[in-house]
Ligand binder design. Structure first.
Ligand code: NAP
Length: 244
């Protein structure tokens, strides 16, 4: 069967590495992005030049209508979508919970959790009882709580873990597997959004492996969870945290 995957936030960072690896593994890839078109176009050109199937689609995946449009586009391009990576996510400037505004808390949860809910629901509906695979990108923050930095972000990721477990049990009978990865400190541009571009280097010494991770190292875990090699794995988590 043709393998078609939607990667949300697939244009930069972990999503970019995942889109690239899945294209190399024979998936037709829909690379979703929210606002920055240039990196998405650059990735698409790079992949198509190598003979891989890849299309880009701009959508805010926390918007119900835009999620439907994203899946419509994917089906028009490549036929039924067989796999989903819920990777889109964001965080805000480091702060304590007491200094977090309601607006920021809501935006964090909407971007990270609501998007995962909407895309999971759309994917499961469109599978219509057939098999498939979802990987949700959670975070080590789901377990640490990210005190003094982003408890709001950690909450959204903890809820993604719960969604992963619950949905996995709901759809297991149709061989639709739902798993998650929990990356630790990974070198991407996301840390600049938190106000500290060099955060990974600052914290490297507390990581048992004594280094930050690469986006590609997360992508490999995602690709395995999507693959037939993980055929009896659902409701499970891979921590890609260097031992943290
Ligand atoms: P990143 O480099 O900042 O990339 C974020 C990607 O998500 C971009 O492609 C961005 O699109 C997209 N995006 C953001 N909001 C979106 C929305 N509402 N709709 C559609 N796309 C959206 O981030 P990253 O570090 O690779 O993180 C990827 C995932 O890994 C996130 O879920 C993050 O929480 C998780 N994670 C990262 C780390 C880490 O250390 N980096 C650790 C644990 C977990 P635009 O370019 O258009 O904005």
């Amino acid at each position: 069967m043709k393998k078609v995957v939607v990667v949300t936030g697939g244009s930069r960072g972990i999503g970019r590495a995942t889109s690239t690896l899945l294209a190399q593994k024979g998936y037709s890839v829909i690379i979703n992005f929210r606002s920055q078109r240039a990196p998405a176009e650059q990735l698409q050109q790079q992949l198509t030049k190598l003979g891989f199937e890849a299309q880009i689609y701009q959508a805010d995946v926390s918007d119900e209508v835009e999620v439907k449009q994203l899946f419509d586009f994917a089906e028009q391009q490549y036929g039924e979508v067989t796999a989903l990576v819920n990777n889109a996510g964001r965080l805000f400037t480091q702060s304590r919970l007491v200094d977090t505004s309601l607006e920021r808390f809501t935006q964090t949860v909407t971007t990270n959790l609501t998007s995962t809910f909407l895309c999971c629901r759309e994917f499961v509906l469109r599978r219509n009882g057939a098999a498939g695979a979802i990987v949700n990108v959670s975070s080590g923050a789901a377990k640490s709580g990210s005190p003094n930095e982003y408890v709001d972000y950690a909450c959204s990721k903890g809820a993604i873990d719960t969604l992963t477990v619950g949905l996995a049990k709901e759809v297991a009978h149709q061989n639709l597997r739902v798993n998650a990865v929990r990356p630790g400190l990974i070198y991407t541009e996301m840390h600049a959004d938190g106000g500290e571009p060099a955060r990974v280097d600052r914290l490297a010494s507390i990581i048992p492996m004594q280094r930050g991770g690469k986006a590609e190292e997360v992508a490999h875990s995602i690709a395995w969870l999507l693959s037939e090699e993980a055929s009896f794995t659902t409701g499970s988590f891979i921590d890609v945290c260097g031992g943290l």
